[in-house]
Design a protein. Sequence first.
Length: 237
Amino acid sequence: MTYFETQHLTKNFGGLTAVNDLSFAVHQGEIFGLIGPNGSGKTTVFNLITGFYPITSGAIVYRGGTIHGLPTWKICKQGIGRTFQVVKPLRRMTVLDNVVTSAFNRSSSKAEAVAKALEVLDFCGLRTRQDQPAKGLTIGDRKRLEIARALATGPDLLLLDETMAGLTPQEQAEGVELIRKIRDSGITVIIVEHIMHVIMNLCDRILCINYGQEIAAGAPLEVANNQAVIEAYLGKE
């Protein structure tokens, strides 16, 4: 049984086709990269997987069952978590309380949610910031908080949307180690990222899309050297 796959996934916005007959599979326990130039449809794919947009046609299959058509909260309950490109923490709440709100996805009491949140903050290196208002965090710590909030929902499959954008080289290196640690903890990862050295160092396999369609798929070096991928990013000249 395939762990996760899309089958001929298509999304139209009026006359615009944002995702066009896209099929790919993700193996349990891997880090799978989704790349492509700006506007290629990457975040739209995440929004379809997590139920933010309804699909136009095709199917999304997770652990042998179709999940398209389910509300977002049910998809989260089934074990799919995500981060967002633009991080929007609950600014006036503490770091801990931000994570506690997510932990209620699988917790039946406040005590249980707080315990889970503290465990996640330890995992993400944010325990010393737990009492700090989220609005006072650096961009690097806000990105970590975004990951912590997603992890607190208890995912088996985690979708990471440009978690390295705006970070310093040191913060990027720390982010790579955190994502590896997430995978090593048993969580499968699909990552959208524009920073190529991050993708090359992290991913087991990569899918490159443009105009919502696959243009190349395979091992990182194979995809990076694909002429169609180079032209999609840099143009034919």
